[in-house]
Design a protein around this ligand. Sequence first.
Ligand SMILES: Nc1ncnc2c1ncn2[C@@H]1O[C@H](COP(=O)(O)OP(=O)(O)O)[C@@H](O)[C@H]1O
Ligand SMILES: [Mg+2]
Length: 305
Amino acid sequence: MIETAGLTRKFGDVIAVEDLSFAVSEGEIVALLGPNGAGKTTTVRMLSCLIAPTAGRAWVGGYEVHQDPTAVRAIVGVLTETPGLYKRLSAQHNLRFFAELYGIPDPDRRIEKYLRFFGLWARRDEPVAAFSKGMRQKLALARALLHEPKILLLDEPTAGLDPESAKSVREFIAELKGEGRTILLCTHNLPEAERLCDRIVLLRTRLIAEGTPEELKRRLFGSRVVVELANPRPEIVEELRLPGVKSAEHSDGKLWVEVEDPRFVNPILVRRLVELGAEIISVREAETSLEDVYHELMEGDSAQD
Ligand SMILES: Nc1ncnc2c1ncn2[C@@H]1O[C@H](COP(=O)(O)OP(=O)(O)O)[C@@H](O)[C@H]1O
Ligand SMILES: [Mg+2]
């Protein structure tokens, strides 16, 4: 549903996005995850035809973005960083204005549907100026959905919201995915990406890595085994240079051993430890958080610059 090939955007000498290629399939929710300045908003602006790519191509719903902007706009709902609502108009008027712009048939029914969906129906006649940030964000989401787009581009939908509002916005996004919509979610919030998304595209100007959260963890860390010892002896790590063992460290009475294929290496590792007089309490696979992966990948990349 969304595809980019070598997508690049420069602003003068600044390269905001470089040679970005990724795809989002129908019904998928993919996170475009990266720190501030990574190029997420620039990517969304290219995908929603607000700015043209400097190089490369992008297709949304089968239409190439800078060749068929009208067709793209009709099937895409966009939530931008600054929702740009009319503060003096009521929630209902804001949506009606947008519905007219889009030529939406039977707008009142749609407006009611989405105001109810986001819990704003009772406040429909109040001016947006009186709304909290969370309510405004929900209204902006309602506006992005009003023309029933199959594809949604959501740029930092929970940024700047209090935890309660952020939680309810996330719940709505999960619900939208349940309806089979295709969603590209830009965020610098790692737990959000992990919780909501099928796949993650890590971006920092260039694509750093992509995969499911599980794949990203595995790719970076391989498998790590934690061996708990009753008689810890830090020097023991020196004796663990075995085939298939990538590294071994000792901390807090535990050995952290990075191995290539645990099914093959663990038996050898355990035999070796027993030979060395280690009293093993337990052997288990170490949990890796995606946060470790994120920092490692982002740091690893800057080392190359
Ligand atoms: N209109 C613009 N003019 C000049 N530089 C820009 C413009 N928009 C974005 N940039 C630069 O492009 C880079 C990526 O920005 P952006 O896409 O907003 O990142 P993100 O959304 O990931 O925080 C930044 O270095 C930013 O300063
Ligand atoms: Mg941004």
